[in-house]
Write a protein that binds this ligand. Structure first.
Ligand code: SF4
Length: 294
Protein backbone atom coordinates (compact mmCIF):
# COMPACT_ATOMS: atom_id res chain seq x y z
CA UNK A 1 0.00 0.00 0.00
CA UNK A 2 1.21 3.47 -0.87
CA UNK A 3 1.96 6.07 1.75
CA UNK A 4 -0.06 9.19 1.08
CA UNK A 5 0.95 12.79 1.43
CA UNK A 6 -2.00 14.71 2.91
CA UNK A 7 -2.24 18.34 1.78
CA UNK A 8 -4.84 21.05 2.25
CA UNK A 9 -6.28 23.20 -0.53
CA UNK A 10 -8.71 26.10 -0.61
CA UNK A 11 -11.81 25.41 -2.68
CA UNK A 12 -13.57 28.17 -4.62
CA UNK A 13 -16.87 26.31 -4.94
CA UNK A 14 -18.11 23.13 -3.36
CA UNK A 15 -21.47 21.93 -4.68
CA UNK A 16 -21.74 20.95 -8.33
CA UNK A 17 -25.09 20.77 -10.11
CA UNK A 18 -25.89 17.34 -11.53
CA UNK A 19 -27.50 17.17 -14.97
CA UNK A 20 -31.20 16.37 -14.58
CA UNK A 21 -32.77 13.90 -14.47
CA UNK A 22 -30.10 11.74 -12.82
CA UNK A 23 -31.73 8.33 -13.21
CA UNK A 24 -28.61 6.49 -12.02
CA UNK A 25 -28.05 8.02 -8.59
CA UNK A 26 -30.95 10.42 -8.11
CA UNK A 27 -28.72 13.42 -7.35
CA UNK A 28 -29.28 17.14 -7.65
CA UNK A 29 -25.92 18.24 -6.22
CA UNK A 30 -22.48 16.65 -6.09
CA UNK A 31 -20.20 17.18 -3.12
CA UNK A 32 -16.50 16.26 -3.02
CA UNK A 33 -14.56 17.12 0.12
CA UNK A 34 -11.36 15.37 -0.91
CA UNK A 35 -9.34 14.93 -4.09
CA UNK A 36 -7.68 11.54 -4.43
CA UNK A 37 -8.63 8.28 -2.71
CA UNK A 38 -6.71 5.96 -0.42
CA UNK A 39 -8.81 2.94 -1.38
CA UNK A 40 -6.66 2.49 -4.48
CA UNK A 41 -9.05 0.33 -6.47
CA UNK A 42 -7.07 -0.98 -9.42
CA UNK A 43 -9.86 -0.09 -11.87
CA UNK A 44 -10.54 3.43 -10.55
CA UNK A 45 -11.70 5.81 -13.25
CA UNK A 46 -10.61 8.89 -11.26
CA UNK A 47 -7.02 8.18 -12.35
CA UNK A 48 -7.98 9.36 -15.84
CA UNK A 49 -6.35 12.55 -17.06
CA UNK A 50 -9.66 14.34 -17.50
CA UNK A 51 -10.00 14.59 -13.69
CA UNK A 52 -6.65 16.40 -13.42
CA UNK A 53 -5.45 14.71 -10.25
CA UNK A 54 -1.73 14.59 -10.81
CA UNK A 55 -0.60 12.03 -8.26
CA UNK A 56 -3.70 9.97 -7.57
CA UNK A 57 -1.83 7.10 -5.88
CA UNK A 58 0.31 9.13 -3.49
CA UNK A 59 -1.46 12.34 -2.60
CA UNK A 60 -4.72 13.29 -0.88
CA UNK A 61 -5.91 16.86 -1.02
CA UNK A 62 -8.60 18.04 1.37
CA UNK A 63 -10.62 21.22 1.11
CA UNK A 64 -9.83 23.00 4.36
CA UNK A 65 -12.54 25.65 3.90
CA UNK A 66 -15.17 23.04 2.95
CA UNK A 67 -17.44 23.39 5.96
CA UNK A 68 -17.80 27.17 5.87
CA UNK A 69 -18.27 27.03 2.09
CA UNK A 70 -20.93 24.30 2.37
CA UNK A 71 -22.86 26.31 4.94
CA UNK A 72 -22.72 29.38 2.70
CA UNK A 73 -23.78 27.51 -0.47
CA UNK A 74 -26.62 25.56 1.17
CA UNK A 75 -28.05 28.73 2.65
CA UNK A 76 -28.57 30.08 -0.90
CA UNK A 77 -30.07 26.93 -2.49
CA UNK A 78 -33.75 27.19 -3.22
CA UNK A 79 -34.15 23.55 -4.29
CA UNK A 80 -33.66 20.99 -1.52
CA UNK A 81 -32.47 18.26 -3.87
CA UNK A 82 -30.38 15.23 -2.97
CA UNK A 83 -26.69 15.85 -2.23
CA UNK A 84 -24.38 13.08 -3.42
CA UNK A 85 -21.15 12.24 -1.62
CA UNK A 86 -18.69 9.72 -3.06
CA UNK A 87 -18.60 10.14 -6.83
CA UNK A 88 -14.91 11.10 -7.18
CA UNK A 89 -13.44 9.68 -3.99
CA UNK A 90 -14.61 7.74 -0.98
CA UNK A 91 -15.92 10.03 1.80
CA UNK A 92 -14.88 7.38 4.37
CA UNK A 93 -11.35 6.70 3.13
CA UNK A 94 -8.88 6.33 6.06
CA UNK A 95 -7.92 10.04 6.24
CA UNK A 96 -11.53 10.84 7.23
CA UNK A 97 -10.94 9.27 10.66
CA UNK A 98 -8.41 12.00 11.37
CA UNK A 99 -9.91 14.99 9.53
CA UNK A 100 -13.64 14.33 10.12
CA UNK A 101 -14.51 16.42 7.07
CA UNK A 102 -17.38 14.16 5.98
CA UNK A 103 -18.68 14.04 9.54
CA UNK A 104 -18.73 17.82 9.83
CA UNK A 105 -20.32 18.21 6.39
CA UNK A 106 -23.11 15.81 7.44
CA UNK A 107 -23.80 17.99 10.48
CA UNK A 108 -24.32 20.97 8.16
CA UNK A 109 -26.52 18.92 5.79
CA UNK A 110 -28.66 17.83 8.76
CA UNK A 111 -28.94 21.40 9.96
CA UNK A 112 -30.18 22.62 6.55
CA UNK A 113 -32.50 19.63 6.02
CA UNK A 114 -31.19 18.37 2.66
CA UNK A 115 -31.65 14.77 1.42
CA UNK A 116 -28.47 12.73 1.08
CA UNK A 117 -27.01 9.87 -0.97
CA UNK A 118 -23.63 8.47 0.12
CA UNK A 119 -21.62 6.05 -2.01
CA UNK A 120 -18.87 4.23 -0.15
CA UNK A 121 -16.79 1.08 0.17
CA UNK A 122 -16.11 1.63 3.86
CA UNK A 123 -17.72 0.28 7.00
CA UNK A 124 -16.40 3.40 8.78
CA UNK A 125 -19.64 5.04 7.74
CA UNK A 126 -21.06 3.44 10.91
CA UNK A 127 -19.19 6.09 12.93
CA UNK A 128 -21.78 8.52 11.55
CA UNK A 129 -24.86 6.39 12.23
CA UNK A 130 -26.51 8.91 14.55
CA UNK A 131 -26.12 11.88 12.20
CA UNK A 132 -27.32 9.75 9.25
CA UNK A 133 -30.45 8.90 11.22
CA UNK A 134 -31.01 12.60 11.76
CA UNK A 135 -30.66 13.37 8.02
CA UNK A 136 -32.98 10.44 7.37
CA UNK A 137 -35.84 12.47 8.87
CA UNK A 138 -35.73 13.95 5.33
CA UNK A 139 -34.02 11.19 3.30
CA UNK A 140 -30.80 9.21 3.54
CA UNK A 141 -29.71 6.46 1.24
CA UNK A 142 -26.36 4.67 1.36
CA UNK A 143 -25.04 2.79 -1.68
CA UNK A 144 -22.17 0.44 -0.95
CA UNK A 145 -20.11 -0.37 -4.00
CA UNK A 146 -19.78 -4.14 -4.35
CA UNK A 147 -18.09 -5.73 -7.36
CA UNK A 148 -17.39 -9.09 -5.74
CA UNK A 149 -18.36 -10.83 -2.50
CA UNK A 150 -15.02 -12.64 -2.38
CA UNK A 151 -12.83 -11.01 0.30
CA UNK A 152 -9.59 -12.43 -1.12
CA UNK A 153 -10.33 -11.10 -4.62
CA UNK A 154 -11.42 -7.73 -3.23
CA UNK A 155 -8.07 -7.40 -1.42
CA UNK A 156 -6.44 -7.40 -4.84
CA UNK A 157 -8.99 -5.23 -6.63
CA UNK A 158 -9.85 -2.75 -3.87
CA UNK A 159 -6.85 -2.99 -1.52
CA UNK A 160 -7.56 0.03 0.69
CA UNK A 161 -11.31 -0.46 1.14
CA UNK A 162 -13.23 -2.43 3.77
CA UNK A 163 -13.66 -6.08 2.83
CA UNK A 164 -16.99 -6.98 1.19
CA UNK A 165 -17.92 -9.04 4.27
CA UNK A 166 -17.46 -5.91 6.41
CA UNK A 167 -19.50 -3.86 3.96
CA UNK A 168 -22.39 -6.34 4.12
CA UNK A 169 -22.31 -6.19 7.94
CA UNK A 170 -22.43 -2.38 7.79
CA UNK A 171 -25.38 -2.55 5.36
CA UNK A 172 -27.33 -4.74 7.78
CA UNK A 173 -26.69 -2.37 10.70
CA UNK A 174 -27.76 0.68 8.69
CA UNK A 175 -30.80 -1.14 7.37
CA UNK A 176 -31.78 -2.30 10.89
CA UNK A 177 -31.60 1.36 11.90
CA UNK A 178 -34.15 2.38 9.28
CA UNK A 179 -31.71 3.76 6.71
CA UNK A 180 -32.31 2.79 3.09
CA UNK A 181 -29.36 0.79 1.80
CA UNK A 182 -28.46 -0.14 -1.76
CA UNK A 183 -25.57 -1.45 -3.80
CA UNK A 184 -23.72 0.19 -6.64
CA UNK A 185 -22.70 -2.98 -8.50
CA UNK A 186 -20.09 -1.50 -10.77
CA UNK A 187 -17.76 -2.18 -12.38
CA UNK A 188 -18.12 -5.88 -13.12
CA UNK A 189 -14.67 -6.60 -14.51
CA UNK A 190 -14.50 -8.69 -17.70
CA UNK A 191 -12.78 -12.09 -17.27
CA UNK A 192 -12.58 -11.59 -13.48
CA UNK A 193 -16.03 -10.86 -12.08
CA UNK A 194 -18.38 -11.47 -15.02
CA UNK A 195 -19.73 -14.84 -13.99
CA UNK A 196 -23.15 -15.98 -12.79
CA UNK A 197 -21.73 -17.21 -9.46
CA UNK A 198 -20.50 -13.72 -8.62
CA UNK A 199 -23.76 -11.99 -9.51
CA UNK A 200 -25.75 -14.62 -7.59
CA UNK A 201 -23.56 -14.28 -4.48
CA UNK A 202 -23.94 -10.48 -4.51
CA UNK A 203 -27.72 -10.68 -4.81
CA UNK A 204 -28.04 -13.29 -2.06
CA UNK A 205 -25.87 -11.37 0.38
CA UNK A 206 -27.62 -8.14 -0.53
CA UNK A 207 -30.95 -9.73 0.32
CA UNK A 208 -29.62 -10.93 3.70
CA UNK A 209 -28.28 -7.43 4.43
CA UNK A 210 -31.62 -5.70 3.85
CA UNK A 211 -30.66 -4.03 0.56
CA UNK A 212 -33.53 -2.23 -1.17
CA UNK A 213 -32.00 -1.51 -4.60
CA UNK A 214 -29.00 -2.36 -6.75
CA UNK A 215 -27.59 -0.11 -9.47
CA UNK A 216 -25.84 -2.45 -11.93
CA UNK A 217 -23.33 -2.01 -14.76
CA UNK A 218 -22.09 -5.14 -16.49
CA UNK A 219 -18.59 -4.22 -17.60
CA UNK A 220 -16.19 -1.34 -17.07
CA UNK A 221 -15.01 1.85 -18.72
CA UNK A 222 -11.36 2.62 -19.45
CA UNK A 223 -9.39 5.73 -20.30
CA UNK A 224 -5.70 6.65 -20.62
CA UNK A 225 -3.94 6.64 -17.19
CA UNK A 226 -6.64 4.43 -15.70
CA UNK A 227 -5.94 1.76 -18.37
CA UNK A 228 -2.16 1.93 -17.86
CA UNK A 229 -2.49 1.42 -14.11
CA UNK A 230 -5.09 -1.34 -14.46
CA UNK A 231 -2.93 -3.27 -16.94
CA UNK A 232 0.09 -2.98 -14.64
CA UNK A 233 -1.95 -4.50 -11.83
CA UNK A 234 -3.30 -7.24 -14.11
CA UNK A 235 0.28 -8.21 -14.92
CA UNK A 236 1.06 -8.39 -11.19
CA UNK A 237 -1.95 -10.46 -10.18
CA UNK A 238 -3.48 -12.12 -13.26
CA UNK A 239 -0.76 -13.17 -15.75
CA UNK A 240 -1.99 -13.27 -19.40
CA UNK A 241 -5.17 -11.33 -18.73
CA UNK A 242 -3.85 -8.06 -20.14
CA UNK A 243 -3.51 -9.69 -23.58
CA UNK A 244 -7.13 -10.83 -23.44
CA UNK A 245 -8.23 -7.28 -22.67
CA UNK A 246 -6.12 -5.84 -25.49
CA UNK A 247 -7.45 -8.39 -27.97
CA UNK A 248 -11.07 -7.89 -26.99
CA UNK A 249 -11.27 -4.14 -26.25
CA UNK A 250 -8.28 -2.40 -27.87
CA UNK A 251 -8.57 1.29 -26.95
CA UNK A 252 -12.34 1.12 -26.33
CA UNK A 253 -13.83 3.27 -23.61
CA UNK A 254 -16.65 0.87 -22.94
CA UNK A 255 -15.60 -2.70 -22.08
CA UNK A 256 -18.63 -4.92 -21.77
CA UNK A 257 -18.77 -8.01 -19.57
CA UNK A 258 -18.69 -11.44 -21.21
CA UNK A 259 -22.09 -13.20 -21.05
CA UNK A 260 -23.72 -9.82 -20.64
CA UNK A 261 -27.21 -11.13 -21.48
CA UNK A 262 -26.93 -14.12 -19.14
CA UNK A 263 -25.68 -11.96 -16.26
CA UNK A 264 -28.46 -9.44 -16.80
CA UNK A 265 -31.10 -12.19 -16.84
CA UNK A 266 -29.71 -13.69 -13.64
CA UNK A 267 -29.67 -10.24 -12.04
CA UNK A 268 -33.26 -9.44 -13.07
CA UNK A 269 -34.59 -12.80 -11.90
CA UNK A 270 -32.92 -12.52 -8.49
CA UNK A 271 -34.08 -8.92 -8.06
CA UNK A 272 -37.65 -10.09 -8.65
CA UNK A 273 -37.22 -13.07 -6.31
CA UNK A 274 -35.82 -10.96 -3.47
CA UNK A 275 -37.97 -7.84 -4.05
CA UNK A 276 -34.91 -5.66 -4.74
CA UNK A 277 -35.34 -2.69 -7.08
CA UNK A 278 -32.96 -2.79 -10.10
CA UNK A 279 -32.51 0.99 -9.86
CA UNK A 280 -32.12 3.68 -7.24
CA UNK A 281 -35.14 4.51 -5.08
CA UNK A 282 -34.77 8.30 -5.03
CA UNK A 283 -36.00 11.08 -2.80
CA UNK A 284 -39.16 12.56 -4.22
CA UNK A 285 -39.43 16.14 -3.04
CA UNK A 286 -42.62 16.70 -5.05
CA UNK A 287 -44.61 14.38 -2.83
CA UNK A 288 -42.32 14.67 0.18
CA UNK A 289 -41.74 10.98 0.52
CA UNK A 290 -39.66 8.15 -0.90
CA UNK A 291 -41.42 6.24 -3.65
CA UNK A 292 -40.53 2.75 -4.77
CA UNK A 293 -40.05 2.62 -8.54
CA UNK A 294 -41.04 -1.00 -8.89
S1 SF4 B 1 -13.26 3.89 -3.65
FE1 SF4 B 1 -13.95 4.79 -5.59
S2 SF4 B 1 -12.80 6.69 -5.80
FE2 SF4 B 1 -11.75 5.44 -4.27
S3 SF4 B 1 -10.18 4.33 -5.41
FE3 SF4 B 1 -12.00 3.04 -5.30
S4 SF4 B 1 -13.14 3.44 -7.18
FE4 SF4 B 1 -11.67 5.13 -6.90
Amino acid sequence: MSQFLIKSIIAGKLLGNVKQPDDWFGLKYNLNLYRGCQHQCIYCDTRSECYQIEDFDHEILYKENAIELLRKELSTKRVKGTIGLGSMNDPYQPVETELQLTHRALEVIAEFGFPLHIITKSSHILNDLEILKKINLVYTTVSFTITTSDDALAKILEPGASLPSERYKAMKILSDNGIQVGISMMPILPFIEDNVENITAILEKAHQAGVKYIIPAFGMTMRDRQREYFYRKLDEHFPDLKQKYIRKFGENYSCSANNHEKLKNTFDALCRQFGISPKIIPYRSDVGEQLSLF
